[in-house]
Design a protein around this ligand. Structure first.
Ligand code: ADP
Ligand code: MG
Length: 315
């Protein structure tokens, strides 16, 4: 709580924290001889064991039972790889597909969707790009108000996301967040938080994914999304938001500031009272019985004052 009262920057992960992380597949495009259906089949099969909100969303939107897959591997902040029908499938962002050559048509095709703020998941079959899936995620209704309240409380919001710069910019613009770091791998999120801390800031990080876990540990305070979040993220966090209620976030630093005031007030009061009682006892004004009563009355006042925090609501 003491650490929370000093927080000057709150860094947010995008997918799963500011957006619902339950996007829908709005288009499947092919840039190869594979049909769009085949690309969707490969994507759903490769993602069926995925813990990531994007992977889960693809399987959910696919609607059918995906084909079998083996050799599943998850690369945090990049995507997944797996064997489907004996073929090596990669599903993820351009970092994951760095070895595969990108065609100009693909870049133009996908660029249109990315510029609209969608997330594009590229699908490669045997190291050749086959096509991509377009996913659109919806902002949580409460995100905008929450960011506004944090700013009013003097905390600067920062967006750290593994997503594409354009997608990140469009979300940041909708939420009025000025500082955006896109294309972040887990270690980039870590580095960014470290840089803020070296500049004397206290940083709180909020995230849901495996890729957020190192950053959640590094930040002065880590807050994990208890519902949608991966187990590792929740483990790494200091606080878990049980119902993913991000609208409660501005309440936290405000409550901790109020709590520190209460603690300081209680300390000053009890020290003052004891000091006064000792003087009165030395001078013989206060007898042992009254002295004991005064001492205990002081404790009761401290407890009552602390209990007021239970009823405290931010104005
Ligand atoms: P954020 O930091 O905003 O929560 P992530 O780091 O979780 O975003 O993901 C970053 C990017 O990595 C995603 O936008 C996506 O392109 C890619 N990615 C991560 N996991 C997967 C997955 N399971 N399937 C496909 N793409 C993925
Ligand atoms: Mg996330």
């Amino acid at each position: 709580m003491e650490k929370l009262s000093k927080v000057s920057k709150i860094t947010f992960d995008k997918t799963g924290t500011l957006t619902y992380g339950t996007p829908t597949v709005t288009a499947v495009k092919s840039v190869s001889d594979y049909s769009e259906d085949e690309i969707y089949d490969f994507a759903a099969a490769a993602e069926q064991m995925s813990e990531h909100p994007l992977g889960k969303a693809i399987v959910k939107c696919y609607g059918k039972k995906p084909k079998e897959c083996s050799d599943f591997k998850m690369i945090p902040g990049e995507g997944v790889t797996a064997l489907v029908d004996g073929k090596g499938i990669r599903a993820g962002n351009l970092k994951l597909l760095k070895e595969t050559c990108l065609s100009k048509t693909l870049a133009e095709n996908a660029g249109k969707y990315i510029n609209q703020g969608n997330t594009v998941i590229y699908i490669a079959v045997e190291n050749t790009l086959a096509g991509f899936l377009v996913l659109s995620d919806t902002l949580r209704e409460e995100s905008k108000q929450m960011i506004q309240s944090l700013k009013e409380a003097g905390v600067e919001p920062v967006l750290l996301t593994g997503d594409h710069q354009k997608t990140a910019d469009s979300i940041a613009e909708a939420l009025n967040i000025q500082k955006v770091y896109a294309n972040c791998r887990p270690e980039d999120k870590l580095r960014c938080i470290d840089a803020y801390q070296k500049n004397g800031n206290s940083v709180c990080m909020i995230g849901d994914g495996i890729n957020d876990a190192p950053a959640l540990k590094k930040a002065n305070i880590g807050i994990g999304m208890g519902g949608i979040g991966s187990d590792i993220a929740v483990e790494a966090a200091d606080i878990a938001l049980v119902d993913d209620e991000i609208k409660e976030l501005p309440h936290l630093p405000a409550l901790s500031k109020r709590m520190m005031t209460t603690i300081k007030l209680n300390l000053t009061f009890s020290m003052g009272l004891n000091f006064l009682a000792i003087i009165l006892a030395i001078t013989g004004i206060l007898g042992p019985v009254i002295g004991t009563l005064v001492h205990n009355a002081g404790s009761v006042v401290v407890i009552l004052n602390s209990a007021l925090l239970l009823k405290w609501q931010q104005k």
